[in-house]
Write a protein that binds this ligand. Structure first.
Ligand code: PLP
Length: 394
């Protein structure tokens, strides 16, 4: 038999696989399954952005670009940081990648050695721990439940940092919880991080614009200007501009780290698609007014879904600050349903009994919960909530 690298075995198969497989099986058997698992906006890419991509093809912008992105896109990113965050980055402090995901992967590979620790608050985006493992490092998980709005405290952070900690991952607004850290909360975390100058911070801001708090968006670099030179901010066009398939994300941070990330990218994938880069210039430089109607729709759906969930037996859901996810505590339902003992079993059960597919909390490091994506039509959500309610309230 063929022997594979040990790192392959280190990465866990996705806990969502059982649910996805079961949903596909049921669909194939003719059942009308409503999927609430999607991690992408249901909107189309705005017309002027797509047009810029088509124009790029027609103009012959179809060749390799610089590994770290075209000058036009890097300038658009610099302007974006200035406009939205009052952050100044030189061109050699920015790397454009094939998605925020690749920027994060480059960062882990460029930064981590065996034995190094990466502090990751749970619930977390599924890829952070596995990326750390692929980079030979060890994820250190801090758990934050709904009673603390799924946000870690400074005490928890201080307790998780050791001499081996190299990186702390922050994601706000958060996938899967939808909650966001306030400026004051980030400043309190910054106070702890200030005591550990050897620790790098990455701020995954991919949901920056999908936010409906009264206070404007804030990340750790904005909250603690003295930490900018050890923070790598990661962002992208996927979520804000409904561009998940275009695969453009970017990172901004200390030149030495960005340079190392670029080196990794240069020997793996080179530049991201030239066409997608041109479209992303249009997204970042164009009318930002296109974002608000999408956020408004997400918020209306959020309010609807959270209300409906809280009316179901054994389900309790806090209100989010943004994103297109709700993360209800379903431990009461798990207890109440005889055939079900875990959140993964509950998700499988709901496909069969309610014909609704959602992702178990275990996938995000917090069992007893479920992630519901409301990046789907209100009509679908109404139908899905009716079906879930019928099962939970029977
Ligand atoms: N970070 C978080 C928290 C996400 O939810 C996602 C996408 O699901 C990404 C990063 C990756 O986004 P991209 O499409 O830019 O790779």
């Amino acid at each position: 038999s063929i022997q594979l690298a040990t790192r392959v075995g280190r990465v866990k198969p996705s806990p969502t696989m059982a649910v996805t497989a079961r949903a596909a099986e049921m669909r194939a058997a003719g059942h009308d399954i409503i999927g609430l698992g999607a991690g992408e906006p249901d909107f189309d890419t705005p017309e002027h952005i797509s047009a810029a991509g088509i124009e790029a093809i027609r103009n012959g912008q179809t060749r390799y670009t610089a590994v770290d992105g075209t000058p036009a896109l890097k300038e658009a990113i610099q302007n974006k940081f200035r406009r939205d965050s009052q952050l100044e980055y030189a061109a050699n402090q920015i790397l454009v990648s094939s998605g925020a995901k690749q920027s994060l992967y480059n960062l882990m590979v460029a930064l981590l050695n065996e034995g190094d620790e990466v502090v990751i608050p749970a619930p977390y985006w599924v890829s952070y721990p596995d990326m750390a493992l692929l980079a030979d490092a060890t994820p250190v998980i801090i758990e934050a439940g709904p009673e603390q709005r799924f946000k870690i405290t400074p005490e928890q952070l201080a307790g998780a940092i050791t001499a081996r900690t190299r990186l702390v991952v922050l994601n706000s607004p958060s996938n899967p919880t939808g909650t966001a850290y306030s400026k004051a909360e980030l400043q309190a975390l910054g106070e702890v991080l200030r005591q550990y100058p050897g620790v790098l911070i990455t701020s995954d801001d991919i949901y920056e614009h999908i936010l409906w708090t009264d206070a404007p968006f804030c990340n750790i670099a904005m909250a603690c200007p003295d930490l900018v030179d050890r923070t790598v901010v990661v962002n992208g066009v996927s979520k804000a501009y409904a561009m998940t398939g275009w695969r453009i994300g970017y990172a901004a941070g200390p030149a030495a780290v960005i340079g190392a990330m670029k080196k990794i990218q240069s020997q793996s994938t080179s530049n991201p698609s030239s066409i997608s880069q041109a479209a992303s210039v249009a997204a970042l430089n164009g009318d930002q007014g296109i974002i608000a109607p999408m956020v408004k729709a997400f918020r209306a759906r959020h309010d609807y879904v959270v209300d409906r969930l809280n009316a179901m037996n054994g389900v309790s859901c806090i209100s989010g600050d943004g994103t297109f996810y709700a993360f209800p505590d379903v431990s009461g339902a798990i207890e109440a349903i005889a055939e079900v003992n875990t959140d993964t079993e509950l998700a499988e059960y709901l496909i069969g009994e309610a014909n609704v597919a959602l992702v178990p909390g275990t996938a995000f490091g917090l069992p007893g919960h479920a992630r519901i994506s409301f990046a789907t039509s209100m009509e679908n959500l109404e139908k899905a909530m009716d079906r879930l309610e019928k099962v939970f309230n029977r």
